[in-house]
Write a protein that binds this ligand. Structure first.
Ligand SMILES: Cc1cc2nc3c(=O)[nH]c(=O)nc-3n(C[C@H](O)[C@H](O)[C@H](O)COP(=O)(O)OP(=O)(O)OC[C@H]3O[C@@H](n4cnc5c(N)ncnc54)[C@H](O)[C@@H]3O)c2cc1C
Length: 469
């Protein structure tokens, strides 16, 4: 098989403008937003393989046709959404066809009564939200990357956003999926609120990083716009007291949409180091009751009300990192981002290990000990969206500090989470960054997962090598 045979087959299946061969456009698809800022070792970016062809299908049938051609030629296919993944999940191996789903950008239907919206995989989360707003509805998933990330990409990473405490992760929004399997067949599950007629297939594709098939559309559970939204902020003398308060609030069933407990070095003198940001939203009585009861618990745990200003500012500024990425980084080639210093030098790492709630305090103590003994600073610790969702920003002692030993510290922290009954990541997926820990993460379930992958993808073409499968 030659590239020209492959192109000839693709030309039979797709309109001419859906086949992208131009150099810059292909190189744009050589990487997502993964870079050494995430602690990847080395001073080069060895993963940049410009794909020989990028396709931009606009229908599910076209996606299926491309996948069938890939099976015929044994060519890897990589689904590509907004390209904002930070772990390298959408980075293509050599010779791959990259399927950019942004050509599938229609909101197919919105049912106000069912609170279900069918959206194609390439719809950007913000665009979907704006469309829903016109119907008095909204999306529950609200990540920093809202202005760029797509429906298909966010489901495939099972991302977590600001309002996850109330609405859950992106995977939790999924009511049904339309998927092109790695053999080119199309499946479509039913968006019924509850079934007891066999296990749901949707779960196979949520958080699967495109390894099990290509999501072409999703029925998402959507929510009525809240009657009221109220912001509040509290300071705590220690992270531990703040954690106990959040833990008690969640045990009782309180769910402020935004729940962010962060300990970091104060930006300005006098800033308290531990702050809890809460945003309550929903129907009026619910908001009042949540606010009243939360405050009571917080005060009982040593927290102090510092007024809503910090939480209001947090709300207003929450998408700024995504806006900045869209404006400054996204127009650049991955290579140009790298050359201009985006993440260059591996200054640190951002870790998101989910843990059993009861294990968080002990994990935190042991993580602090590991970092202290290696001279690595913990610049920030946080709980985002629930007491079990712990995160840390760690920094290298100096730019000269050996990246390899820094990464070892990062790995030890993730392995500690795995060993304490947790997992190595709750937000971004495995991608390339955490691939070396994937088998450890799967543990005794690895073989069952590999058999599932083999059954669905007998030609091994669908984002091969990812997830450790
Ligand atoms: C500035 C910034 C802020 C961010 N903030 C957050 C945040 O708050 N919360 C969060 O969870 N993440 C965040 N991220 C990470 C990123 O936005 C998420 O991982 C997002 O879910 C990826 O969506 P995407 O459309 O860009 O997917 P991509 O990066 O294109 O792809 C991600 C993975 O999904 C696969 N994939 C893509 N589309 C499909 C499809 N249709 N079918 C099957 N597989 C597919 C890809 O192959 C890849 O493995 C942030 C990233 C940046 C750069």
């Amino acid at each position: 098989m030659t590239t020209s045979d492959l192109l000839a087959s693709l030309r039979q299946a797709l309109p001419a403008d859906a086949i992208i061969l131009e150099d810059r456009a292909r190189e744009m698809h050589s990487a997502d937003a993964f870079n050494p800022v995430r602690g990847f070792p080395g001073d080069r970016a060895p993963w940049w393989e410009t794909p020989p062809v990028v396709v931009l299908p606009s229908t599910t049938e076209q996606v299926a046709a491309v996948v069938k051609i890939a099976c015929q030629y044994g060519t890897p296919v990589i689904p590509f959404g907004g390209g904002t993944g930070v772990m390298g999940g959408a980075v293509p191996p050599q010779g791959a066809i990259v399927i950019d789903l942004k050509g599938m950008s229609r909101v197919r239907s919105i049912s106000k009564e069912d609170r279900i919206a069918w959206a194609e995989a390439g719809v950007v989360i913000r665009d979907l939200d704006l469309e829903l707003n016109r119907h008095g509805l909204m999306v529950g998933h609200d990540p920093w990357s809202t202005p760029i990330a797509t429906v298909g990409g966010t489901i495939s990473t099972d991302g977590v956003g600001y309002r996850a405490a109330k609405y859950g992760s992106m995977g939790d929004q999924v009511a049904a999926l339309e998927v092109v399997l790695p053999t080119g067949e199309i499946i479509r599950t039913k968006a019924v609120p509850k079934r007891a007629s066999g296990p749901g297939l949707d779960r196979l594709f949520i958080g699967a990083e495109g390894v099990m098939g290509i999501i072409t559309a999703a029925a998402l559970r959507v929510f009525r716009l809240p009657e009221e939204r109220r912001h509040a902020a509290f300071s705590f003398p220690t992270f531990e007291t703040g954690f106990s308060a959040v833990s008690e609030m969640f045990a009782l069933g309180l769910r402020p949409a935004i729940t962010d407990l962060t300990e970091e070095e104060p930006e300005e003198e006098g800033d308290p180091p531990v702050i809890l940001i809460l945003t309550y939203e929903g129907y009026r009585e619910e908001v009042s009751a949540q606010a009243r009861r939360s405050k009571k618990i917080i005060v009982a745990h040593g927290g102090a009300d510092i007024g809503p200003a910090k939480a209001e500012e947090y709300w207003e500024e929450r998408h700024q990192p995504g806006e900045r990425f869209k404006r400054d980084q996204q127009p650049l080639l991955p290579r140009e981002r790298w050359e201009r210093g985006w993440g260059r030098g591996g200054w640190g790492d951002y870790l998101h290990p989910p843990l059993p709630v009861a294990a968080v305090p002990a994990y935190r103590r042991q993580a602090q000990a590991i970092c202290a003994s290696a001279g690595v600073a913990i610049r920030q610790s946080a709980i985002w969206g629930g007491p079990e969702l712990y995160s840390m920003v760690i920094t290298r002692p100096a730019a000269s500090h050996d990246l390899g030993s820094f990464r070892e510290v990062s790995d030890r922290l993730l392995q500690l989470a795995q060993d304490m009954g947790g997992s190595m990541e709750y937000c971004h997926g495995i991608g390339l960054k955490l691939l070396h820990l994937a088998e450890r993460e799967w543990g005794q379930n690895l073989e069952a997962a590999r058999r599932l992958k083999q059954a669905l993808d007998p030609y091994g073409i669908m984002n091969p090598g990812k997830l450790g499968l």
